[in-house]
Design a binder for this molecule. Sequence first.
Ligand SMILES: NC(=O)c1ccc[n+]([C@@H]2O[C@H](COP(=O)([O-])OP(=O)(O)OC[C@H]3O[C@@H](n4cnc5c(N)ncnc54)[C@H](O)[C@@H]3O)[C@@H](O)[C@H]2O)c1
Length: 251
Amino acid sequence: MRLEGKVAIITGAKSGIGFATAVRFAAEGAKVVVADIRDAQQVAREIARDGAEVMFIQVDVSDALQVQSLVQETVAAYGRLDVLVNNAGIELAKTVPDTTEAEWNRLMDVNLKGVFLCSRAAIPVMQSQGGGVIVNVASELGLVGGTEIAAYSASKGGVVQLTKSMAIDHASDQIRVNCVCPGPVATPLLEAIIENSSDPQKERRNIVDKTLLRRVGQPEEIANVILFLASEESSYMTGSIVVVDGGWTSI
Ligand SMILES: NC(=O)c1ccc[n+]([C@@H]2O[C@H](COP(=O)([O-])OP(=O)(O)OC[C@H]3O[C@@H](n4cnc5c(N)ncnc54)[C@H](O)[C@@H]3O)[C@@H](O)[C@H]2O)c1
């Protein structure tokens, strides 16, 4: 088991990529904190059914006080924190002129500030125990641009850069910080991006056509990579931006 005895917080774990990651981590022996803004009590119970230790903590990752208690409650329950997966995210399928200031602020608060706040709360714990791992979930849209996705793309570009700078600052603390950039993955978030675009049918076709593999990915295909980055199998990796996009950005 690749995460035996490890304690992991996964944000946005009620659904999609976060849920698939929580299932995978639990199966690999981790004690998992399912952290989500929505009630995920049932999800945590489901994952715990096979004998894993799983706990749900409700949190809005954009709220500093809630994030601080997420980490405190985790340490109080399990005694340590080895892995933080900054996965929680929201979408916004709009051009700049169509984006309100409130939408911009909320998107940045969740997608970028959330990564900052969770990392800021977790790093001192990891420092005090001699190390840890942070995996950030950005997007292929953090590396290249896209149609009607300006603010989202900007927020994910920020996560990519934040990853590199945190890796530099905390290598000496034995904290590895890496980033996964998924391409289109079959989750409610992708469905919302498609449905909120100006031409959903065309958008759906375009998305598949932009991948070399001619399909969207499954959440488990991203969870596998997050697991690898969280485990000792990636022990020589930090500051890496790992693209898992069916070939989207290779052209
Ligand atoms: N699905 C894709 O095509 C795709 C592609 C690239 C990157 N991503 C990224 O992957 C991550 C997971 O997305 P997904 O596709 O699984 O989406 P999803 O909508 O299925 O899951 C996101 C989860 O985050 C939670 N969440 C939202 N705001 C939150 C907040 N403020 N605090 C705590 N939790 C919050 C939601 O309740 C939800 O459970 C996101 O960061 C997303 O941007 C997704």
